[in-house]
Design a protein around this ligand. Structure first.
Ligand SMILES: NC(=O)c1ccc[n+]([C@@H]2O[C@H](COP(=O)([O-])OP(=O)(O)OC[C@H]3O[C@@H](n4cnc5c(N)ncnc54)[C@H](O)[C@@H]3O)[C@@H](O)[C@H]2O)c1
Length: 366
């Protein structure tokens, strides 16, 4: 194979980008992580007499992203000291690092125009062999490379990692009609053998495979939960490991993903699949969309802002997780654990099939 990845540039130091930079360093790749330059000073920066031209300020967003990745649980880095190997910079001063890059992995906000503009800038500096990929959750990959040079398009594809990328095995690989087969083959091989992922090739359809199912069922679930007055604690007690899903269940997952990301993906998906009437019914759910939008407006974006459907509260030196009341939008301290006969019975069963059979044959609220 003619490709190699020794130098990578990850763009976007949010939930995914910083964690992806960590995982690339884990795999022995030299990584530079870039993000935007802040437009305003913080109170602390003002008090210190810093200006928007100060390099410390210009790299604040990327530095904070890397700091969050260092503290993430479960840990993004194999060992804490590996974080020192991630070089940081910003998209104004340091774009030239791409001239040395073998792979540019884009993980910026889920917005087509922003991604397209960024790709135009990358196209101007990337070396001929450099592979460029997007971590978009579901924007058609072909549209992100629209207007780019032939060489760019031949080396461009979707690499959709899941959160948290060190731990989740799935890596969806989404070539476009222009992506060279050897680029697809190389990145699939690298993803599997260097990054430890399980590769699923996808067509370039809205939300690909995992998120098309995940957001379809997620939109249905949120609509049903609000129509039937379930609480956050009830839903997470029912929709976690007892039905074969991770402990993050429903609302912990939305907090992990980011409520703003959830909103972007839902809005993009609704616009991309007008023909899918079944999905539209739930993607257009007024109550559900209003709830999500209100949380975004309030900046309650989930784990990245410290509160979403859950809020971590320190009481008498101890951590407590308060849950959002979906009617009043106030946080409530943990009360009695929700109990359902069917959940109790299902927990005692060995196989997932037996657990699901319990639910199918029960008529309690779970
Ligand atoms: N959060 C998830 O669970 C998840 C999982 C898989 C894929 N994704 C996708 O990965 C990408 C990043 O998601 P995230 O959750 O890390 O988002 P995030 O909100 O945590 O981070 C987004 C980053 O984009 C940067 N940004 C904002 N405006 C920008 C601009 N104009 N130009 C360049 N950068 C800008 C922000 O500073 C921020 O660091 C999105 O495409 C998202 O759909 C997210």
């Amino acid at each position: 194979m003619k490709y190699q990845i020794n130098n990578a540039v990850v763009i976007g130091a949010g939930t995914m980008g910083a964690a992806l930079a960590a995982h690339l360093v884990n795999a022995g790749v030299r990584v530079t992580l870039l993000d935007i330059v802040p437009r305003q000073l913080t109170e602390e920066e003002k008090a210190r007499g810093l200006t928007l031209d100060d390099p410390q300020v210009r790299n604040r967003i990327v530095r904070q992203g890397l700091e969050r990745a260092k503290k993430s649980r479960p840990a993004s880095f194999f060992a804490p000291e590996l974080a020192d190997l991630v070089r940081i910079g910003n998209l104004e001063d340091d774009l030239d690092v791409i001239k040395e890059a073998d792979w540019v992995l884009e993980a910026v906000i889920e917005n087509l125009k922003i991604k397209q503009d960024l790709m135009a800038r990358i196209d101007e500096v990337r070396p001929e062999h450099c592979i460029v990929s997007t971590n978009t959750s579901g924007i058609p990959v072909t549209s992100i490379a629209e207007g780019r040079s032939e060489g760019f398009r031949q080396h461009f594809l979707g690499t959709h990692f899941f959160n948290p990328p060190r731990y989740l095995k799935l890596l969806e690989i989404i070539p476009t009609a222009d992506t060279l087969p050897e680029v697809v083959e190389f990145i699939s091989h690298f993803g599997e053998y260097r990054l430890g992922k399980g590769i699923v090739p996808c067509k370039d359809t809205p939300n690909f495979i995992g998120n098309r199912m995940g957001f379809g069922s997620g939109a249905f679930a949120l609509h049903y939960i609000l129509e039937n007055g379930y609480t956050v604690a009830e839903v997470d007690a029912i929709t976690g490991p007892v039905i074969g899903r991770p402990k993050t269940a429903t609302f912990r997952l939305m907090d992990l993903v980011g409520i703003d990301v959830w909103e972007h993906v839902g809005v993009n998906l609704a616009a991309a699949i007008p023909h899918d009437q079944h999905a539209q019914k739930y993607l257009q759910s007024e109550k559900a969309n209003k709830l999500i939008h209100t949380l975004v407006e309030r900046g309650w974006l989930g784990n990245k802002t410290g509160q979403g459907f859950y809020k971590q509260v320190r009481k008498n030196g101890k951590k407590e997780y308060w849950t959002l009341n979906l009617e009043t939008l106030e946080y409530e301290p943990p009360g009695e654990k929700p109990r359902f006969d069917s959940v109790g019975e299902a927990r005692g069963k060995e196989t997932l099939k037996e657990k699901l059979e319990v639910f199918m044959n029960s008529d309690d609220r779970a």
